[in-house]
Design a protein around this ligand. Structure first.
Ligand code: ATP
Ligand code: MG
Length: 581
C-alpha cells in the first residue's frame, strides 16, 4: 500500500530524488573525510611542528567544509520541495477522487474521515517522504562509512562499536517504542475533544434549551483531562530522551579516550587518530539514532498511506458511460418498474414504481415522512442508481447519459437548502454564471426572495456565511429556489422546498411559478407535506412505504385513495384545532 502510493506519486520527482541522493553522497563523503584530515594535521603537523602541513591541510578542510555546507543546503531544499510537491499532488488526487464520489461512497467514508485523510494523513506520509529522503539515504551511508573509517583508523579500538551501537539502538528504541503508541492515543484523544467541541458549537442552542450545559461541561472536562494526562506522559518520555542520548554519547567518548589513551601510551596509535576516532563514533551513533527514529516512523505513515489509498482506490459507483447517449428533449421523466435499496439495507425503499411525468405539467409527490419521496426524486439526477428497473429522462436511461448533460437539464432544489460562502448574487449565479443583475433579480422575484434581499443595505452583494448560517431557513430555501430558477431548465425538482415558508409566501411563490414562462413549459416535480401546496397539481403521486398507492388529481384521489384522504383529513383537523384555540 505505502510502497505503491509512494511509487506512483514520487514518480514525477524521480530525477530530483536522484539529485538528493547524489548530493547526500557528496555530503557523506565530505563529512567522513574531515576527521581523517584532522588526524593528519595533528599527527603530521602539530606533533612534528610542520606549519606547512597545518596550513595546507587546514585549507583543504575549509574547502571541504564549504562544499559540504552548500551541498547539504541544496539537498535539504530539494528534499523539502519533493516532499511538499508529493503532498500537494496526493491532496489534489484525493480531492478530485472525492469529487467524483456518488452519495453512496460519501456515506461510506463520512465527511470528517475524508477531511482527516486529506489533511492529517497526507501530512504523515509527506513527513516520511521528507525525513526518508535525507535519513534513509544518509543514515546508512554514514553508518557504513563511519564503521569503515573507524576500522581504518584502528581495528582494536573499533571493538567498542560492538557495544555502543546496540546500546544506542536499545536506548532510542525503548523510548520511541513507548512514545509512538502514546502519540497515537494522543491523536485519538484529540479527535474525541474535537468531536465534543464541534457538537457543542453546532448544537449550542439545543444544549442551552435542554439545560445540558453542566453535563456538556463535564464531558469536555473529562476529555480535556484525558488529553492532559496523555500529553504529560508523552512529554516526560521525551524529557528522558535528550539526557539518555547525551549519556550514551558521553560514555562512548569516555570509553574511546580511556582505551585509546592506553593504546597511545603503548605507542600503538598516533594521537591524531584518537580525535578522528572520536568523531567517527559520534557520527555512527547519530546515524543509528536516525535509523531507529525512521524505523518507528514508518508504521504510522504506513497506516496513513493505507487510509489514503483506500479512498484513491474506491471506484465511484456512479460513472459516466463509456459512450454517452445524447438525450435532448423537453424534459420528460419516466420511472419503469423502479426498485431501490440503499447500500447495505435489506428492505427496498422504493418498489414497483411506474410513473410518467410530462413537461408542461406539475406533478406533486406526497407521503408520510420516510415514505421514500426524497429517494424517488434523487434517482432523476442519478444521485443514486436504481437497483432494478429504469429511470428515463427524455426517453433515455439516465445511466446511458453523460452526467453533466443530465444535470444541466435539471433545476434541483434539495430538501436541505445549502448555500455557499460568498454574496447573494454569487449564490444565485451558481445556477448560471453569466446571468445579468436583471436576471438575478427576476429569479429572486419569482422565488419571493427579492423583498428580503432588497432590505439588506448591500442588496445582491450581501455576504452569505458558509452553509447560509446567517440567513433564516425560509430565506435559504428561497435563495436556493432562485438559484435553480435562473438556469431555465426543462425539469424542476422541488424537494419539500416550501415547508419552511409560511402559508402566504408559499401561495405567492406558487402563483409566481405558475406565471413564469420557464416553469410553465417545464416538467415541475414538487415534493410537499402540505395539501394546500399541491392542491392544483396536474397529478399527485401518493407514496406509502415506497409504493405508489394513489395517482391522480386532488378530486380523483379524494374519491379513490384512502391514504390520501387520511393525509388530507389529518391536515384539516390540525387547522380546525388551531382555529379553535
Ligand atoms: N442515505 C441513506 N442510507 C440508508 N437509508 C436511507 C438513506 N436515506 C434515507 N434512507 C431511508 O430511506 C427511507 C426513505 O427516506 P426518504 O428520505 O426518501 O424519505 P422522505 O419521504 O423524503 O421523508 P421526509 O418527508 O422526512 O423528507 C427512510 O426510511 C430512510 O430511513
Ligand atoms: Mg425527504
Amino acid at each position: 500500500m505505502t510502497i505503491s502510493l509512494l511509487r506512483q506519486y514520487l514518480h514525477p520527482y524521480r530525477s530530483a530524488l536522484w539529485a538528493v541522493a547524489a548530493l547526500l553522497l557528496v555530503q557523506a563523503l565530505g563529512t567522513l573525510y574531515l576527521p581523517y584530515l584532522n588526524a593528519q594535521i595533528i599527527n603530521d603537523g602539530v606533533v612534528t611542528g610542520d606549519i606547512g602541513v597545518i596550513w595546507r591541510t587546514g585549507a583543504l578542510m575549509l574547502a571541504i567544509s564549504l562544499v559540504v555546507g552548500v551541498v547539504s543546503v541544496a539537498a535539504t531544499y530539494l528534499a523539502a520541495r519533493n516532499a511538499m510537491g508529493f503532498g500537494r499532488d496526493v491532496r489534489a488526487s484525493l480531492f478530485r477522487q472525492v469529487d467524483s464520489f456518488s452519495l453512496s461512497e460519501m456515506n461510506e467514508f463520512g465527511a470528517p474521515s475524508l477531511i482527516t485523510r486529506n489533511t492529517n494523513d497526507v501530512q504523515q506520509v509527506q513527513m516520511l517522504v521528507l525525513m526518508g529522503q535525507t535519513m534513509m539515504i544518509s543514515a546508512p551511508m554514514m553508518l557504513i562509512g563511519g564503521v569503515f573509517m573507524a576500522l581504518h583508523q584502528n581495528v582494536r579500538l573499533s571493538g567498542l562499536l560492538l557495544v555502543v551501537i546496540p546500546v544506542m539502538a536499545v536506548v532510542v528504541g525503548t523510548i520511541l517504542f513507548r512514545a509512538v503508541p502514546l502519540s497515537r492515543v494522543m491523536q485519538s484523544k484529540l479527535d474525541a475533544l474535537n468531536d465534543i467541541l464541534r457538537e457543542n458549537l453546532t448544537g449550542i442552542r439545543v444544549i442551552r434549551a435542554f439545560v445540558r450545559t453542566g453535563y456538556e461541561q463535564d464531558r469536555f472536562e473529562r476529555a480535556n483531562e484525558d488529553i492532559t494526562d496523555v500529553s504529560l506522559r508523552l512529554t516526560r518520555l521525551f524529557a528522558l530522551m535528550m539526557p539518555s542520548l547525551m549519556l550514551v554519547f558521553n560514555l562512548s567518548a569516555v570509553a574511546v579516550v580511556w582505551f585509546g589513551g592506553g593504546l597511545i601510551g603503548e605507542g600503538e596509535m598516533p594521537i591524531g587518530d584518537l580525535t578522528a576516532f572520536l568523531s567517527y563514533i559520534m557520527q555512527i551513533l547519530f546515524s543509528v539514532m536516525m535509523a531507529v527514529m525512521l524505523f518507528l516512523m514508518v508504521p504510522r505513515a504506513a497506516a496513513s498511506a493505507e487510509r489514503i489509498q483506500s479512498v484513491l482506490s474506491t471506484e465511484p459507483s456512479i460513472q459516466d458511460p463509456s459512450s454517452p447517449v445524447p438525450a435532448p428533449g423537453s424534459g420528460s421523466v419516466e420511472f419503469r418498474d423502479v426498485e431501490f435499496r440503499y447500500p447495505g439495507a435489506e428492505e427496498p425503499v422504493l418498489c414497483g414504481i411506474d410513473l410518467r411525468l410530462e413537461p408542461g405539467r406539475t406533478t406533486a409527490v406526497v407521503g408520510s415522512t420516510g415514505s421514500g419521496k426524497s429517494t424517488l426524486i434523487n434517482l432523476i439526477p442519478r444521485l443514486f442508481d436504481v437497483t432494478a428497473g429504469q429511470v428515463l429522462v427524455n426517453g433515455v436511461d439516465v445511466r446511458e447519459q453523460a452526467q453533466e448533460e443530465l444535470w444541466a437539464g435539471i433545476g434541483f432544489i434539495p430538501q436541505k437548502a445549502f448555500l455557499f460562502s460568498g454574496t447573494v448574487a454569487d449564490n444565485v449565479r451558481l445556477g448560471r454564471r453569466d446571468a445579468t443583475d436583471e436576471e438575478v433579480w427576476a429569479a429572486l422575484t419569482t422565488a419571493q426572495a427579492a423583498d428580503f434581499v432588497r432590505e439588506f443595505s448591500d442588496g445582491l452583494e450581501h455576504e452569505v456565511d458558509q452553509g447560509g448560517a446567517n440567513l433564516s431557513g425560509g430565506q435559504r430555501q428561497r435563495l436556493s429556489i432562485a438559484r435553480a430558477l435562473i438556469r431555465d431548465t426543462p425539469i424542476y425538482i422541488f424537494d419539500d422546498s416550501f415547508s419552511a415558508l409560511d402559508y402566504a409566501t408559499d401561495a405567492r411563490l406558487r402563483t409566481a411559478l405558475g406565471r413564469d414562462p420557464a416553469t410553465r413549459r417545464a416538467n415541475v416535480i414538487i415534493v410537499a407535506q402540505r395539501i394546500s401546496t399541491i392542491l392544483h397539481a396536474d397529478q399527485i403521486v401518493v407514496l406509502d412505504h415506497g409504493r405508489v398507492v394513489g395517482l391522480g388529481t386532488h378530486e380523483q384521489l379524494l374519491a379513490g385513495c384512502e391514504t390520501y384522504r387520511e393525509i388530507v383529513s389529518s391536515q384539516i383537523d390540525e387547522s380546525d384545532l388551531s382555529g379553535a384555540s
